[in-house]
Design a protein around this ligand. Structure first.
Ligand code: ATP
Length: 188
């Protein structure tokens, strides 16, 4: 069973592509959701408190807003948080993969980690202006805030250089036919 990583910058359309794949009965694992769930594990809570302090705890759980504030302004802190959360997400993914029966499975993730664990990397690509507009429309987030998040992500060029397949979601090509063509290749 092939393991496929589906990634792309903020607002590129990862979740949209993932949703089309689900309709095609492809098992999709959401790394962001798994990462959020993992924050409630006592082991991870302990590591976060050890690294970032007791103030990360609010009413017995990790205060995600507080944590986001810290890692947003500090790349070292982000690296440390990723080092705590990612191995657990990968472990969860492995366990999940073992339960699936399909020609291929997909991990949808905002970041490209553990490239070597995947057989294919699919990048969803859209121009920056369009991504900003879509995120603004979706979440009401202002342009500056979207740009700040983009600045924290791997550059579009670097991402494309790592891609085995690119889905263009830029309003010049329809997305569904591209996903269907990819699905055919990956199911073969
Ligand atoms: P994030 O990294 O923020 O989670 P994402 O890469 O998962 O974003 P989506 O949530 O799929 O991106 O898309 C961003 C927004 O743009 C959504 O509201 C989605 O409905 C919309 N969108 C995505 N693709 C298209 C499209 N081809 N045409 C119109 N709207 C689109």
């Amino acid at each position: 069973m092939l393991k496929v990583l589906l990634t792309g910058g903020i607002g590129s359309g990862k979740s949209t592509v993932a949703q089309i794949l689900r309709v095609l009965n492809v098992p999709v694992f959401e790394a962001d959701r798994a990462g959020r769930e993992i924050l409630s594990s006592p082991e991870v809570q302990r590591s976060i408190i050890d690294r970032f302090g007791e103030r990360m705890l609010k009413d017995g759980s990790i205060d995600r807003k507080e944590l986001a504030q810290v890692v947003f302004h500090d790349k070292g802190a982000l690296t440390d948080l990723n080092a705590i959360v990612h191995p657990m997400v990968q472990r969860e993914f492995q366990r999940w993969v073992e339960r699936q029966r399909a020609p291929y499975v997909v991990m949808e993730a905002a970041i490209l980690t553990d490239r070597a664990r995947f057989d294919h990397v699919v990048v969803v690509n859209a121009p920056e202006e369009l991504r900003i507009e879509r995120v603004h429309r979706r979440d009401g987030v202002e342009e500056a805030a979207v740009r700040a998040r983009m600045a924290n992500q791997i550059s579009e060029e670097a991402l494309l250089a790592l891609a085995d397949h690119v889905i263009r979601n830029d309003d010049t090509e329809l997305v569904i036919p591209q996903v269907l063509a990819l699905h055919e290749v990956l199911s073969a």
